[in-house]
Design a protein. Structure first.
Length: 95
């Protein structure tokens, strides 16, 4: 019975975390020259950018098959477990 309550509590927590991320736009400034990015953006960079906005997400929850290497908008998905997945947008802008 106690384990069931813990599972329900974790599912509720995951749902709240997912709601904070749902349909959010995350803007990340990157170094670029003539529209070409220097380096790439990883899940860790996305987690750090979200943290600056007050959204707590674990790196392992970000579903990013490979680092982002192009400027512009990128649709990203996060998996919070308990069949809870949400999409959000990462916008890479040159500085």
């Amino acid at each position: 019975m106690k384990l069931e309550k813990q599972e329900k509590d974790r599912a509720l927590e995951a749902s709240v975390e997912a709601q904070a991320l749902r349909e959010r736009e995350v803007r990340i400034k990157v170094r670029e020259k003539d529209g070409v990015m220097f380096g790439s953006i990883t899940a860790k960079d996305i987690v750090n950018a979200l943290a600056k906005d007050g959204v707590v997400v674990k790196e392992s929850q970000i579903l990013l098959p490979k680092p982002l290497k192009k400027l512009g908008e990128h649709e990203i998905e996060a998996d919070f477990g308990f069949d809870i997945k949400v999409s959000f947008t990462v916008i890479l802008k040159g500085e």
